[in-house]
Design a protein around this ligand. Structure first.
Ligand code: SF4
Ligand code: SF4
Length: 310
């Protein structure tokens, strides 16, 4: 196996592919003061699969998550594609998509898949920031790397920093504990600011939507990311179906990852923010003793807000 063959094999299933040595990745991680586990194999393939920006309107009865969740769960989609590529090579490998201890974004930058935006996302010259990333450690020693050329950068732009509703972004950094995309997945009470500015059921698209580097890019919709109808979540389903019935109805969607109560908590924030008072009885009925304290706290504050606005 040489580097050209490895790249061509992966290019049959991915939009962008770079290959770097695992040693260079660990050296660069150490130089930046980041701890990453010892790679299991000497070669690292970094893959990107594009997804499209799509907008679906939220209504009083149907709430909508970030558009990166539209279509099938990207963790599963990328793992399936990696498996089918690697099974054909016969080489041993270990793959990771998002939920792993390695620094995927550092690997993507080193492999030339894009440059790091001030919104903390890897931005490809061709697909903007609308690219899912994955890494594959492969049991093969190669004579050289395959690093793509990147020309774009943020320059003097600060649009994402200015638009971030929680001031999570800075010219030279990021506070993840302020980022809605991270915090609205956490099982904890929300802050007053989060109650006021949380605007989707799961995630947050603002710093991608305002980015000029996402204008004029190539738009691709792979078959797995076609809309399935599960991108709009019925408030009625959230509050009346059991956990297992809800999971069955919305099977295959990445927003299920943190469980239904997280989605209910986020729904409660949206209901309060938009003054959807018709849902007050649903929220009241959901406040049973078996609910976690962080849910009950948000529900109680949302009801107070709704009653003030009624
Ligand atoms: S995802 Fe939202 S909250 Fe997080 S940095 Fe971007 S704009 Fe700010
Ligand atoms: S909005 Fe501007 S500063 Fe932010 S990532 Fe895009 S180009 Fe960079």
């Amino acid at each position: 196996m040489n580097v050209e063959t490895l790249v061509t094999t992966f290019e049959s299933s991915f939009d962008v592919v770079g290959v770097i040595s695992s040693a260079r990745y660990t050296e660069e991680a150490a130089r930046r003061g980041r701890h990453v586990p010892e790679p299991p194999y000497p070669t690292m393939v970094v893959v990107g699969l594009a997804y499209p920006k799509r907008t679906i309107r939220q209504t009083e009865d149907h709430l909508v998550p970030s558009f990166y969740t539209f279509g099938s769960d990207y963790h599963v989609v990328l793992q399936n594609r990696i498996r089918s590529v690697m099974d054909a090579t016969g080489l041993a490998y270990e793959a990771g998509v998002d939920n792993h201890p390695h620094d995927e974004r550092l690997a993507a930058i080193l492999a030339g898949l894009g440059s790091m935006g001030k919104n903390q996302l890897v931005i490809s010259d061709t697909y903007g920031s609308y690219v899912f990333l994955g890494i594959v450690f492969v049991d093969v020693l190669l004579e050289r790397e395959h690093v793509l050329e990147v020309t774009g950068d943020c320059g003097d732009c600060t649009r994402c920093i200015d638009a971030c509703p929680t001031s999570a972004l800075f010219e030279d950094g990021f506070m993840i504990d302020r980022c809605l995309s991270a915090t609205n997945q956490l099982k904890r009470p929300v802050t007053d600011l989060e109650m006021d500015v949380n605007h989707v059921l799961f995630g947050c698209d603002i710093c991608q939507m305002v980015c000029p580097r996402n204008i004029g890019i190539v738009k691709k919709t792979h078959p797995e990311f076609e809309l399935s109808g599960k991108e709009q979540i019925a408030v009625d389903d959230l509050f009346t179906l059991s956990n297992s019935a809800f999971k069955a109805r919305y099977a295959g969607m990445s927003y299920l990852w943190k469980g239904k109560t997280v989605l209910m908590r986020n729904a409660v924030m949206l209901i309060a923010r938009h003054g959807y008072v018709n849902h007050v009885p649903r929220i009241e009925a959901s406040m049973t003793d078996d609910r976690p304290a962080w849910y009950l706290d948000t529900a109680r504050r949302a009801l107070e807000k709704l009653k003030r606005s009624a």
